[in-house]
Each structure stands twice: as C-alpha cells, then as structure tokens.
Design a protein around this ligand. Structure first.
Ligand code: HEM
Length: 248
C-alpha cells in the first residue's frame, strides 16, 4: 500500500515537472525569442526546442511509465499497449516536425547541417527512437509476432527506452546551452552576456534543471521492481492469440 502511495506521489511529481518543462520552453520562445512562424526565420527555429522538449522528453517520459500505474494492473493490457504506442506515435510526429523546423531554418539561412555535438547526440536520439517505435509496434502489437521474439525483445526494449530518454535529455541540455551562448552575446546584439546571468539565461538554465529532474523521476519509476506491472490475470491473455502475452 505504501509503495502504491509513493508511486502516485512520484507520478504526480513527474506530470508536474513535465508540465513545468512545457510551460518554461513555451514562455522562453514566445516571450524572449520572438514567438513562432514557419518562414525560414529565427521564429521558425523556435518550434524546434518546444516540439523536442514536449515530444521526445515529456510525452515520451509519460508514455514510458504508463504501464507502471497500479490502476492499470488489474485491467486488460491491450488498451494500455495501444495508448503507449499512440503516445509514442505523437512523440515521433512532434520530433520529426521539430527536426524539420531546424533543418529548414538552417537550409534557408545557409547554415551547415549536423556540425555540432548537440546535433549528433540529437539525431542519434531521434533515429534510435524511430527504430525503437517501429520494432516495438512490429514486435509487441502485431498478433503474428512470436512469443519467443517478444521475450527476446522486451529487456532490449526497456533498456533502449531508458537510454533514449537519457540521450534526449543530454541533447536538450546541450541545445539549451548552445542557444544561450548564441543569443546572449552582450553588447554585440544589445543583450546582456550569458555570464551576467540575465533573466533569459535564468529561464533557460531553469528549463535545463527541470528537464533533468523530470528525467530522473522517470528513470527512478522505471527502475523500481515493485512498480512493474503484475501480469498474473488470465484475462490478460484473452485478447491476443498468444497465450503467453503477459510475458512481453
Ligand atoms: C530531444 C531534444 C533535441 C533533439 C533530438 C535535437 C536535435 C537537433 C538536431 C539534429 C539539430 C541539427 C539540425 C541541423 O543540423 O540542421 C539541432 C540543432 C539545434 N538545436 Fe536541437 N535538439 C533537441 C533539443 C533542443 C533544445 C531544447 C534546444 C534549445 C534551444 C535546441 C537547440 C538547438 C540549436 C541552437 C540548434 C542549431 C545549432 C546546431 O545545429 O547545433 N535543441 N537539434
């Protein structure tokens, strides 16, 4: 009972931190960076952090801990599987549009692509996520996938899930840092330098801290064995032609 209460407190913290990340990245880009457009200008770039943080961090993190909610344990697993896959699909769409925003912005302004450490980590995180989504749908949702394959895939899927979240967080931290160095140049463009910690830098740094805190709470939930779904109910296998469904 105590473990369930602690879970819900962690889950609440996770949702609260996720919302705070989204609000923070939206306020930064709308209030401090001039808002949003899709015309090749810096306003188009602003979609990039908003969509990446919302998609590959917050929606992804919430989708990852979905199976751990004790309320779902006694229920048929299929609807939760579909919700998990749907949230991951939303993440996929948001991150693809988020990447299009920055590639398009770079191309429109003759800036080279994929030159920074941030972009390397970021593209790796997105590519691994896309691969994980395709393999996850094929391996766990298609009724024709054999149980032996599901058993083989599950530990890899869980490990990859945590690794992709960690990579996304590293990408966000490096991206925020890079952006703050780009825009807070001091007298050159009429802003205060980053080293003076103006309000915008305070907001950007706080966003980074919130993202790290969100990630740590998600990884904590994922690593607790007591919060793993207990697939003991025979009804769980009723919706699938594979009787050992509860093992995946
Ligand atoms: C999971 C999150 C993120 C991923 C996967 C990601 C990925 C990428 C990729 C692949 C590029 C290269 C685009 C190109 O070369 O044309 C890029 C560029 C950029 N991103 Fe991100 N990004 C993420 C989050 C962020 C955040 C939160 C910020 C904060 C403002 C940010 C700031 C930048 C900046 C300034 C660039 C342009 C400079 C560069 O190419 O390094 N990114 N991002």
């Amino acid at each position: 009972m105590r473990s369930v209460v602690v879970f819900y407190l962690c889950f609440l913290l996770c949702v609260g931190l996720g919302l705070a990340c989204i609000i923070c990245v939206c306020v930064w880009n709308s209030h401090w960076r001039g808002g949003f457009a899709w015309d090749g200008t810096a306003q188009q770039f602003n979609w990039h952090p908003v969509l990446m943080v919302t998609g590959l961090v917050v929606v992804y993190g919430i989708a990852a801990v979905l199976y751990r909610i004790p309320l779902t344990w006694g229920q048929n697993k299929l609807p939760w599987k579909l919700l998990h896959a749907a949230l991951m699909f939303i993440t996929l769409v948001l991150s693809i549009v988020g990447l299009c925003a920055v590639f398009d912005f770079h191309n429109a302004n003759n800036i080279s692509n994929l030159y920074s450490l941030h972009s390397w980590i970021g593209i790796a995180a997105t590519a691994l996520f896309a691969l994980q989504w395709v393999v996850g749908v094929a391996g766990f949702l298609l009724p024709c996938s054999p149980v032996s394959l599901r058993k083989l895939l599950k530990p890899v899927h869980v490990w990859m899930g945590g690794s992709i979240l960690s990579l996304s967080i590293v990408a966000c931290i490096s991206g925020i840092n890079e952006k703050l160095f780009f825009v807070l140049k001091g007298t050159i463009n009429g802003t205060q330098p980053y080293s003076k910690l103006p309000l915008e830098a305070l907001l950007g740094n706080s966003l980074g801290v919130l993202i790290v805190a969100f990630g740590l709470v998600v990884l904590r939930i994922l690593s607790n064995q007591n919060w793993q779904r207990q697939d003991s109910r025979p009804e769980d296998s009723a919706y699938t032609p594979l009787p050992q469904e509860e093992n995946d």
